[in-house]
Design a protein around this ligand. Structure first.
Ligand code: DOR
Ligand code: ZN
Ligand code: ZN
Length: 432
């Protein structure tokens, strides 16, 4: 079917919420958008029409930070289940992290991921490649060859690059190729195997804590290196107040530093952790209420640019090992938009457009993607979201293999009901 029309819905333009009459698309691209107009029956005839009456119609959401676990950890997630999870969350593009097994530090593994994504993925999958071989921090990967094979940037996500010299050289090489460095900021000398943040929860339970500085020291170090090398340096999952301060400073000095934050670091603190339940364990950890407020402030003043999920599925057996032994990470794709919509838009803190921009046009702009905007000539990547639909988070309904979320039972509004990628309906509540 080359010819689709979405008929009626709500679109958001500038600060106004407009009644959308129709989006026409052909051959995977948007051909015409009718706002506030009338569409005649004759125009609709002969086309397949998707009725979006009363729903939000937005550019498909973009998540620049997910873990899909393939190859090597298919029991946690596959590209098939991960992209299904993305589609259910309204995401049409995701960027996958390279901490698979083997890690994506060579062209062959990268090519395998892309061909799997092509064959089995139902949304667009982009892939990062490692900064260092094996993510061991000792030897650089072949940046030029990995770029040639489709890597969209370099990261050792899962671990921090411990050596400033390694990071500096990586930045030089990435800058020369015009690709970004995406950094998981964590200084290992300050971690000591701690499972949660330093603070009230750790003290109460007699646990070691991960201090804020373990993150902020890398942010400060790398911001300076970014200024010197001129690279686009993107900070992963910012969680600490001190990190936000360093990013703000770097931006003021004109460094090309950008940053992301996850919904959980905007909504939860260590004081919310109910007990020794590993569904509340992620890296970076939930910080103090003061840090949560600092994340919100940093989003509001532009220090933090975009929202990502850091979707990190693990098996139930792994998460059942308890707070100390379980792996870090929570799933996020299927709850991200409803969480941000319910907690920030419904409450009147942020406009709908403010949230959408940070999940569509801004990530597209930062990473030079053709998607993220609804306009003629752009790919027909569209999410249809029912802003009035209210439902409790029920992990047993997730398309992801991961059930590891701290948001179980939260009553949320703003659930996606259909997802279109390149003009193809890849998921809808009623039919696929
Ligand atoms: O919580 C996390 N999970 N943080 C990371 O940095 C890695 C990720 C994973 O791969 O599970
Ligand atoms: Zn990370
Ligand atoms: Zn991650």
């Amino acid at each position: 079917m080359g010819n689709w029309i979405i008929n009626a819905g709500l679109a958001v333009e500038d600060s106004a919420e407009l009644t959308l009459s129709a989006i026409f698309y052909e051959n995977g691209f948007i051909s015409k958008i009718v706002l506030m107009g009338t569409v005649t029956q004759a125009e609709l005839d002969g086309h397949e029409v998707l009725d979006a009456e009363g729903k939000l119609v937005t550019a498909g959401l973009i998540d620049m930070h997910v873990h899909f676990r393939e190859p090597g950890f298919e029991y946690k997630e596959t590209i098939a289940t991960g992209t299904h999870s993305a589609a259910r969350g309204g995401f049409t593009t995701v960027a996958a992290m390279p901490n698979t097994r083997p890690v994506i530090d060579n062209v062959d593994t990268l090519k395998t991921v892309y061909s799997k994504a092509e064959a089995e993925g139902i949304v667009r999958v982009l892939s990062y490649a490692c900064i260092t071989k094996g993510e061991l921090g000792r030897e650089h990967t072949d940046f030029a060859a990995l770029k040639e094979a489709g890597a969209i940037g370099f990261t050792d996500d899962g671990v921090g690059v411990q050596s400033a010299a390694m990071m500096r050289e990586a930045m030089k090489q990435a800058a020369a190729l015009g690709l970004p460095i995406i950094a998981h900021c964590e200084d290992d000398t300050l971690i000591h195997g701690a499972p949660v943040t330093e603070g009230v929860f750790a003290e109460k339970h007699g646990l070691k804590g991960i201090p804020n500085e373990s993150e902020a020291i890398h942010v400060a170090r790398d911001s300076m290196l970014a200024e010197t090398t001129g690279v686009h340096y993107h900070v992963c999952h910012v969680s600490a107040e001190q990190s936000a301060r360093q990013i703000r400073l770097a931006k003021q000095h004109g460094a090309k530093v950008t940053a992301e934050v996850c919904p959980h670091h905007l909504l939860l603190s260590d004081e919310d952790i109910p007990g020794l339940d590993a569904n509340w364990k992620m890296n970076p950890p939930l910080r103090s209420p003061k840090d949560v407020q600092a994340m919100i402030d940093a989003v509001e003043d532009g220090t933090i640019d975009i929202f990502v999920t850091d979707h990190a599925p693990h098996s139930e057996e792994e998460k059942a090992k308890g707070m100390m032994a379980a792996p870090f990470g929570i799933v996020g794709l299927e709850t991200a938009f409803p969480l941000l919509y319910t907690k920030f838009v419904e409450t009147g803190k942020w406009s709908l457009k403010f949230v959408l921009d940070r999940m569509t046009s801004k990530p597209a702009e930062l990473f030079n993607l053709p998607t993220g905007v609804l306009a003629p000539g752009r790919p027909a990547d569209i999410a249809i979201i029912d802003l009035n639909k209210e439902k409790e988070v029920d992990p047993s309904e997730f398309a992801s293999k991961g059930r590891n979320t701290p948001f179980t039972g939260w009553k949320l509004k703003g659930w996606p009901v259909a997802t279109i990628v390149g003009g193809k309906l890849v998921w809808s509540e009623s039919r696929v």
